[in-house]
Design a protein around this ligand. Structure first.
Ligand code: ZN
Length: 475
């Protein structure tokens, strides 16, 4: 039998790496900081893509594709942007056996190259809004990497939009944040806090950045998606202008927003357990595995029935696997499918068949039930729905039980590893920096929309504070 995973209690980061490697989501590669996404992991990513892409299209966005290489001079056009990304850039200086006249940067994000095209495509207010999304890979040179959570190359989507007014751009920024919130909660079963980021955590070149923040099982935060109001910063740098209804030239108002393969890491750290992967049914590559039990001659009719049931389940829209491999025992198979994160296991043997029943086992709570075969499809669907809901409820209860209101810097220090800390802050960068320094890395996550803003005094300096923020250690 395969070796067990490191338990979460013993070492959470080792457990995480064990789950990712042993459930075959991803593997390390020979390229420093880059990972290989294996079929089990890529299938999860494809389901994430499918879900998000549908939501982007339903809100009026269209997909496009821009070059991987960006002229270095483009990045320099927006001062804050280049300063923010300079340490992470990979630059192509030679190609075709010659030194290039102008180096190319491998995209760390695409605001600049997309703006160079927006400037050509947009002439009039009639061309607005322009609502694009790109599914792509990007490279950000990272010193310390972690599978899915922080890799030098990663897959993501980046939305880029142009609008006639500041108000429309803000509306779009918040609309897409809400898309991320809905996706995280309804598809990933991962509760999140949607809110405003502090200036120090703002995207390089943006006016305002919003995020969704989730709590992982080790009580650390994961920023799972960001949405930026770019104002006119890139439009001014690239001359992206339009003739307004007043006949005058105006710079467009822009947004950008992104979510990445980091979400796969978020899924693992939100739901999985010491036996391996637990995936919400809406994103799981395999919903049901039917394990055929029994020996020799008696297997024939069982296999036939298993295949018939599998066909019915597939017709009901589920992804199903039939395992009738006689060379491995059921115990070994249960272990493997639990590790791989299959949502439901159906055990079917000669005795079950004689009774016209099967046994269904849920991956998340391991609840076991004997179910009449003629009701298998309806019961399986109901169990998957219940599992989707239960995963969300459990994660939300965990987050709520590990969220604390704190009233002083001392308390912040004491509770630094306890979860989400709600603390009043005067908005001064110095106080934010001091919290980070004195707590060993607690940072402002965001100011959630759901957190009622009441004035108080800053936990660091005691000066008046307009309201509280959520603070935590983070990935
Ligand atoms: Zn302060």
């Amino acid at each position: 039998m395969a070796e067990k995973l490191t338990p979460r209690e013993k070492n959470f980061s080792e457990w995480y790496v064990d789950v990712v490697l042993k459930s075959k989501l991803a593997d390390y590669s020979d390229v420093k900081g880059c990972m290989v996404i294996r079929p089990n992991g890529y299938a999860v990513w494809e389901n994430i893509q499918r879900g998000l892409d549908g939501m982007f299209k339903a809100t009026g966005h269209k997909n496009a594709y821009f070059p991987l290489l960006i002229p270095e001079s483009f990045l320099r056009k927006e001062a804050e942007h280049v300063e923010g990304f300079a340490p992470q850039l990979a630059v192509v200086t030679h190609a075709g056996g010659k030194k290039l006249e102008e180096p190319y940067v491998i995209r760390p994000t695409s605001e600049t190259i997309i703006n160079s095209m927006f400037a050509r495509w947009i002439q009039s207010y009639r061309d607005l809004p322009m609502l694009l999304n790109q599914w792509a890979n990007v490279i950000r040179w990272e010193m310390r990497t972690r599978l899915f959570l922080r890799t030098t190359e990663f897959l993501w989507q980046e939305g880029h939009t142009c609008h006639e007014t500041d108000a429309e751009a803000e509306e779009e920024t918040l609309r897409m944040l809400e898309v991320y919130r809905t996706f995280a909660e309804e598809w990933m079963a991962m509760p999140v806090l949607a809110g405003l980021k502090s200036d120090s955590e703002r995207f390089a070149g943006a006016v305002r950045t919003y995020s969704i923040e989730a709590m992982m099982q080790d009580r650390k935060a994961l920023q799972a998606g960001t949405s930026h109001n770019l104002g006119q910063n890139f439009a001014r740098a690239f001359g992206t202008q339009f003739q307004g209804r007043d006949g005058q030239q105006h710079f467009v108002w822009q947004t950008s927003w992104g979510a990445s393969t980091r979400l796969v890491g978020g899924l693992v750290m939100t739901h999985s357990d010491d036996a391996g992967l637990v995936l919400p049914p809406k994103l799981a590559p395999t919903h049901v595995v039917i394990v055929v039990i029994g020996k020799g001659e008696e297997r024939g009719p069982v296999v036939a029935k298993a295949q018939a049931v599998a066909e019915d389940l597939r017709k009901a829209g589920l992804s199903v696997l039939v395992d009738d491999d006689e060379s491995k025992g059921p115990g070994f198979k249960y272990f493997e499918y639990e590790l791989a994160g299959v949502c439901l296991r159906m055990e079917l043997g000669p005795k079950d068949l004689a009774k016209g029943a099967c046994v269904l086992v849920r991956r998340d709570d391991r609840s076991k039930e004997s179910v009449p075969l003629d009701q298998a499809v309806a019961v399986a669907r109901a169990k998957l729905d219940a599992m989707q809901k239960a995963l969300f409820e459990r994660a939300r209860a965990f987050r709520d039980a590990n969220t604390f209101v704190v009233g002083s810097l001392e308390e912040l220090k004491k509770r630094a590893d306890d979860g989400f800390l709600v603390a009043q802050w005067c908005l001064a960068p110095a106080c934010e920096a001091r919290i980070k320094e004195e707590t060993g890395g607690v940072t402002s996550r965001n100011r959630p929309f759901t957190l009622k803003q009441e004035p108080g005094s800053c936990v660091v300096c005691g000066n008046p504070s307009p309201g509280a923020w959520v603070w935590s250690k983070a990935y």
